[in-house]
Design a protein around this ligand. Structure first.
Ligand code: ATP
Ligand code: MG
Length: 425
């Protein structure tokens, strides 16, 4: 006997039982994004490795150790996308879509990172993301954050999330702070943990992000990014927070929020929950004003976010709401001779009742067996098609989830009758 092949570590299947949750999340997100004027974009899963190393930064966790990178048959280095922004920037540039300022796009799809699999951290996971190009002001940052808040509110999870906000300043300010922080941390090299020692020279700002309790006192004492910001950056941040206040969106200034990717400037933000254990960030984003130019394009500013669908689905799952849809009708075929007629009848019912879930009993079976299946399907109604009734142009309607009496309905009137008598789901 041959061994069963299993899925790869950290690359889970999404099974039918969870599909209604995913569908609810994706439908709700698509509807909200539409209301703010975003158009969908889909880019390939495979891209040139250089696209990601250049945009995300060579000294980031993603590029250093998380990318699925391999040579194709012509020895070209390609990678499976670890995130969406780099690909969207590439596509917008490649197709000349950055001429008009204010382009708003969104995407959804799988991302790949070779991480240690754990709760909230997979090797294949899914993101929904939004990106806006050509707008430099804080108004779009604020609108983008408001849009995410609206999505949480529609999903019923806003109360479980807090918004953390920071400013990384202009590239020059960021560079200056980075070297100031580097020099300060270098003086305390002996107090740094192993991870931070490794990061000290390559990505010192990421040390601020350390979750190691032993590092917290040192991080608190380190020079603050806010002190390194110039007037323009400060004004951008103040205007943004003023707009959030005006919209009634609560926020917290987290001076240690730096984000793991090199391309961020000015605004960065995360939506975080305490209800998912250690991996509590469900959405993260910020401004990336230099990224388009970095890819050889014009000086077009950008801002966006990406949310982790797995983490959001887990939060939604905690609500114990029933996102699934139960069937409305289950057609039982009492006489095997009427199989073709039964299929045709159900097609007519689907024509007439487009919002209803209509099932046919398939593969025959005794009446008893068919009723059992009808019951297990959780349908509201069983229709029973027998030969005598068929000859008389009628069908039996039996309520499966209520005490209502069984009745006979003329086939000609069946669709109308169902329309009037079936409760809405
Ligand atoms: P973290 O600090 O958790 O590693 P990150 O900075 O790598 O996060 P981003 O690249 O900003 O994360 O991705 C945006 C969102 O995508 C995250 O906030 C999270 O919800 C989700 N996400 C990122 N990596 C994973 C993963 N390996 N598995 C599941 N979801 C993920
Ligand atoms: Mg990560």
């Amino acid at each position: 006997m041959s061994e069963k092949i299993q899925s790869l570590r950290g690359m889970p299947d999404i099974l039918p039982a969870d599909a209604p949750l995913w569908q609810h999340l994706e439908d709700t997100a698509a509807a909200v994004l539409r209301r703010y004027g975003y158009a969908r974009i889909s880019t390939p899963i495979l891209e040139s490795t250089a696209l990601f190393t250049r945009s995300i930064g060579a000294a980031t966790d993603i590029v250093e150790k998380e990318m699925y990178t391999f040579a194709d048959r012509h020895e070209e280095s390609i990678s499976m996308r670890p995130e969406g922004t780099a690909s969207v920037v590439r596509a917008m540039l490649q197709h000349g879509l950055l001429q008009t300022p204010g382009q708003k796009v969104w995407y959804q799809g799988p991302m790949f990172r070779y991480e240690r699999p754990q709760r909230g951290r997979m090797r294949q996971f899914h993101q929904i993301g939004a990106e806006v190009f050509g707008l430099a002001g804080p108004d779009i940052d604020a609108e983008l954050i408001a849009m995410s808040a609206r999505l949480w509110s529609e999903l019923g999870i806003l109360g479980q999330l807090r918004l953390e906000l920071n400013s990384l300043g202009s590239p020059a300010e960021r560079r200056q702070y980075r070297s100031q922080l580097h020099d300060w941390l270098a003086q305390h090299r002996d107090s740094l943990d192993e991870d931070s020692q490794r990061r000290l020279d390559t990505n010192p700002m990421r040390i601020l992000d350390s979750k190691n309790p032993a590092m917290q006192a040192l991080i608190e004492a380190a020079p603050k990014l806010s002190a390194a910001l110039g007037d323009d950056s400060r004004r951008h941040f103040e205007q943004l927070t003023g707009m959030l206040d005006a919209m009634g969106i609560a926020w917290q200034h987290n001076q240690r929020l730096v984000r793991g990717l090199d391309y961020y400037t000015h605004t960065v933000f995360e939506w975080v929950t305490d209800d998912l254990g250690a991996q509590g960030t469900v959405c993260a984003g910020g401004r990336y004003d230099g990224l388009v130019a970095l890819h050889g394009g014009p000086e077009v500013p950008g801002v966006g976010f990406a949310m982790g669908e797995e983490r959001l689905v887990e939060l939604l799952g905690q609500q114990q709401r029933d996102f699934g849809q139960r069937p409305d009708i289950y057609l039982i075929i009492a006489d095997p001779q009427l199989q073709a007629e039964a299929l045709a009848l159900n097609e007519r019912l689907r024509d007439a009742l487009p919002g209803r879930i209509v099932l046919s009993n398939l593969a025959g079976g005794s009446l008893r067996a068919q009723f059992k299946r009808a019951d297990r399907s959780q349908a509201q109604i069983a229709l029973v098609l027998g030969s005598q009734e068929w000859a008389a142009g009628e069908i039996t309607v039996k309520w499966l989830r209520s005490e209502r009496a069984q009745t006979s309905v003329s086939l000609a009137q069946l669709a109308d009758w169902l329309q009037q008598n079936m409760p809405n789901n």
